[in-house]
Design a protein around this ligand. Structure first.
Ligand code: SF4
Length: 367
């Protein structure tokens, strides 16, 4: 479906497209330059080619699968690839796809800074944002129009604000978690204006007068809601996700404390938004701020337990796990640590663990 969509965008609108590896990148710049972003979270399932074997088995499946996918020609419909500096594995992939995968299309590594806001880091970030715009200018043959960037920032602000409202009131949506996440994740490849239309339609389905959804409300923090069967398993066990901090979904919704100045330099506005984004171990190393945010999400959401859901061998996410476990243990909140493969189905063992956790949380709630 994505391939056909990308091809249609090219044929009907002359729009170029870029495969984007996880997690954080300034999509506003791509939109402003009329470039479609198509995110590549693996994809899930068995690697689509033997090149995954070129990486050690202790490298995460997101990167192993992406290497096999690109090397196998499955991403050839796009015009280029963008590698944010998420972790050493994605950084390494940027060269491996060329060296081992035969990838010959243009590539760019977006080196976003890690750590707290400092004048030097902000200056570095703005230089990286400008470099990305220049690279896209070479790809499209058109320089960046600053006014188009301002419009794109406003469009993505509207997307995030709508997403935030939908996510905050998700208990009033007449949809299963799988249906909700499938709709939200279409933003990984749809043209942003179309995605905003769909989100507004979703928001229109909110039944604010209806009673909240029945079941055990849980919070999830983790990387990406894959396998999506996890959502079905929670549903079947009588639980639902009331708040999420998945890097691919809730953690990328930016609601700044004060609105950036959209009439001034748009690169400054993008830098402000970058530092206003929720704490993520792929961008910041402040575990205290991360756990503080998670506890506050937990408290305000009414969740009765938390699932820490990570892909195997994900170093950035794994660094924070002990601090998260400690913080929730001190709060007396039930926590399930779940490490999953990037598969399309959930193992029987994982399903059983989820069922047992939901049962335990439900019993505590009833007591
Ligand atoms: S899953 Fe973790 S290690 Fe793998 S690409 Fe993502 S951040 Fe990097």
């Amino acid at each position: 479906m994505r391939k056909a969509y990308v091809a249609r965008q090219r044929e009907a609108l002359g729009r170029k497209s870029v495969a984007v590896l996880p997690v954080h990148y300034p999509k506003e710049i791509l939109t402003a330059m009329d470039v479609l972003a198509v995110e590549l979270w693996g994809p899930p399932g068995s690697p689509r080619g033997p090149e995954a074997g070129r990486l050690q088995t202790y490298v995460c499946a997101v990167v192993r699968n992406a290497l096999a996918f690109m090397a196998g020609g499955h991403a050839d419909v796009v015009d280029a690839a963008l590698f944010p500096h998420t972790c050493d594995s994605v950084q390494g992939l940027a060269t491996l796809v060329t060296d081992f995968g035969g990838w010959s299309k243009p590539s760019f590594v977006f080196q976003h800074p890690k750590g707290p806001t400092r004048a030097s880091a902000r200056k570095f970030l703005i230089a990286e944002l400008r470099a990305l715009a220049a690279w896209l200018g070479t790809l499209t043959g058109r320089p960046l129009d600053v006014e188009a960037l301002r419009r794109a920032i406003r469009l993505h602000r509207a997307i995030d604000e709508t997403k935030a409202r939908v996510l905050a009131r998700r208990e009033r949506l007449p949809l299963s978690d799988r249906e909700l996440y499938e709709a939200l994740r279409r933003g990984e490849w749809l043209w942003p204006e179309e995605h905003l239309d769909e989100l507004r339609e979703l928001e229109g389905k909110l039944a604010l007068d209806a009673p909240p959804r029945a079941g055990v409300p849980l919070m999830v923090t983790g990387y990406v809601p894959e396998p999506m069967a996890l959502l079905d398993a929670l549903d079947d066990a009588g639980a639902y996700v009331v708040r999420d901090d998945w890097a691919a979904v809730g953690r990328r919704v930016v609601v700044p404390r004060c609105a950036p100045d959209l009439d001034g330099d748009p690169f400054e506005a993008l830098a402000t938004l970058y530092y206003e984004a929720p704490e993520c171990p792929t961008r910041s190393l402040d575990q205290e701020a991360r756990t503080r945010r998670l506890l506050s999400l937990y408290d305000e959401s009414g969740a009765r337990g938390v699932i820490v859901h990570e892909p195997k061998f994900c170093e950035p996410e794994a660094f924070d796990v002990p601090a998260i476990k400690r913080a929730f243990a001190e709060r007396g909140a039930p926590l399930l640590y779940l490490e999953t493969e990037l598969e399309t189905e959930l193992s029987g063992q994982t399903t059983t663990r989820l069922e047992a956790f939901v049962e335990m949380v439900g019993a505590r709630r009833a007591a």
